[in-house]
Design a protein around this ligand. Structure first.
Ligand SMILES: Cc1cc2nc3c(=O)[nH]c(=O)nc-3n(C[C@H](O)[C@H](O)[C@H](O)COP(=O)(O)OP(=O)(O)OC[C@H]3O[C@@H](n4cnc5c(N)ncnc54)[C@H](O)[C@@H]3O)c2cc1C
Length: 447
């Protein structure tokens, strides 16, 4: 049986940053296993292709490095704020060494203050964020450089899936791989991301690792001409708005704003949902962002992933994929037909979405929340609440059950660390990468 000091599961940003830190600190034998293919073999249009392989979900992501500690995960609940800020700085420095652009977006303090005040008048909270924009096409270059930096310093196996995490007497002992091989390990860092969330949940159950229920975020992708959103995107680039809905008092938020971007499909094991991204160099005439409603379930039902999948499946059933509807049609209770879409002043960037009726898919609560938030945003950005705004459905963000972890991201099983989106503690590139550094640091300390 092969024996390693550390086995890392998953080559997304969390696993890769853990690997980098371990390699830089001269840790012993390290094995990195990734169930998906190597970087050059990745095809985003294949089932699972978007999320699995070298780079994880980060490979085809928009590469927005959001540098605000309040955004992109829950690490601020585990670490003192100043530690998290220092970690984010370290992650940002590494991304820049790997080729992330020096330019920082975020807006002028006076403009941000004004937006905060205007948002408050509209009943919303405005959270400014500072970010670096790598762009989808450049993410691949950064991941290639990362692989070059890691080459020969640890063993990397792609197309190699971890089947089970093994433990003995309260401590981790190794990993059983899908090919039947078992490897021994003193430490295991599991970083399986969203693609491995269901697997991680089952492993956590088998290992008796307690979890905290996570929400599922369900909503739509909103698309408008770029000029409509520009008062916001030019002043603040990526604005986060939070709104508590009038009728249900639900927390509704905007997410992932893509100026001059496009709406895309996401395929998760045959389940089609929508997302958005933008290229650093190629620009469309539209901007898009998501409006998401968070729901948490407790008992007797506590399976947010199944709930979100159910709604996405309904959209797939009706639309044979994703649906698109003009906001004006949704407001008056009629389907958007091809003819109506043809007359829409916003030209859809996602051509394959079926013109349809989102009210057949989304429960009343979600629709009401979304419509109320669009009204609120219209006070900040006039023109959003228009007949010609396009809504694509559905956008769903699944988070695995958030696992109960120590501030080092260690589980009650000694020397087993679970990091990144798969642990339910992060939701973005920066915090996922930071979680890799946290676990690697703890491993180095404990050696
Ligand atoms: C289209 C898209 C755009 C995005 N844009 C942005 C953005 O602009 N900015 C931002 O901050 N975030 C963005 N994100 C989110 C970001 O990509 C994720 O938060 C981040 O990649 C999470 O990192 P991770 O390492 O935890 O997981 P992942 O990146 O999901 O990687 C996990 C890896 O583990 C592998 N794996 C899972 N189970 C196993 C197993 N059993 N054995 C072996 N390997 C396994 C998976 O195949 C995968 O490669 C985007 C996501 C998507 C899908």
């Amino acid at each position: 049986m092969s024996s390693y000091e550390v086995v890392i599961i998953g080559a997304g940003p969390a696993g890769l940053f853990a690997a980098l830190k371990l390699a830089d600190s001269g840790a012993g034998r390290v094995l990195l296993v990734e169930q998906g293919p190597a970087l050059e073999e990745r095809r985003r249009d294949q089932p699972g292709g978007l999320l699995c392989g070298w780079g994880g979900a980060g490979a085809f992501s928009d590469g927005k490095l959001i540098l605000s500690p309040e955004v992109g995960g829950f690490l601020s609940e585990l670490l003192p704020l100043e530690d998290l800020i220092a970690l984010i700085q370290e992650v940002d420095d590494i991304y820049q060494q790997l080729g992330a652009p020096a330019e920082l977006y975020g807006g002028e303090p006076d403009t941000l203050e004004l937006l905060k005040t205007k948002a408050r008048h509209g009943g919303m909270i405005f959270i400014p964020t500072h970010l670096r924009h790598i762009g989808t096409e450049n993410c691949q270059k950064i991941l290639k450089r990362l692989r070059e930096r890691l080459a020969d310093r640890l063993e990397i196996r792609t197309n190699c899936r971890a089947h089970h995490i093994l433990a003995q007497d309260g401590a981790v002992s190794g990993v059983a791989l899908d090919n039947g091989e078992q490897v021994e390990a003193r430490y295991v860092i599991a970083a399986p991301g969203r693609a491995g969330a269901a697997w991680m949940r089952e492993e956590a159950r088998l290992l008796d690792i307690p979890s905290i229920p996570s929400p599922v975020d369900i909503g739509v992708r909103v698309e408008v001409p770029a000029s409509v959103l520009s008062p916001l995107t030019e002043a603040a680039y990526e604005a986060k708005l939070i709104y508590y809905s009038r009728t249900f008092d639900d927390k509704v938020r905007t997410f992932c704003m893509n100026p001059y971007g496009e709406v895309v499909l996401e395929d998760l094991d045959g389940l089609v949902t929508v997302n958005g991204h933008s290229y650093a160099s190629r620009k469309t005439e539209n901007s898009n962002f998501a409006i998401l409603v968070s729901s948490t379930f407790t008992e007797p039902f506590d399976d947010p992933i199944s709930y979100g999948q159910y709604i996405a499946r309904l959209a797939n059933l009706l639309g044979k994929g994703a649906l698109v509807q003009r906001l004006g049609d949704l407001q008056v209770g009629r389907r958007t037909t091809s003819a109506r879409l043809e007359r829409c002043l916003t030209r859809p960037t996602l051509k394959s979405a079926t013109p349809g009726d989102l009210s057949f898919v989304l429960p009343y609560r979600y629709l009401k929340d979304i419509l109320e938030m669009l009204e609120a945003i219209d006070t900040l950005v006039p023109g959003i609440n228009s007949l010609h705004t396009l809504l694509y459905g559905v956008e769903v963000k699944f988070y695995s059950h958030r696992l109960k972890l120590s501030p080092d991201l260690e589980t009650p099983i000694r020397n087993l660390f679970i990091i990144g989106d798969g642990a339910g503690i992060t939701r973005g590139l920066i915090q996922a990468s930071a979680s890799g550094l946290i676990a690697a640091r703890a491993v180095i300390r404990g050696r």
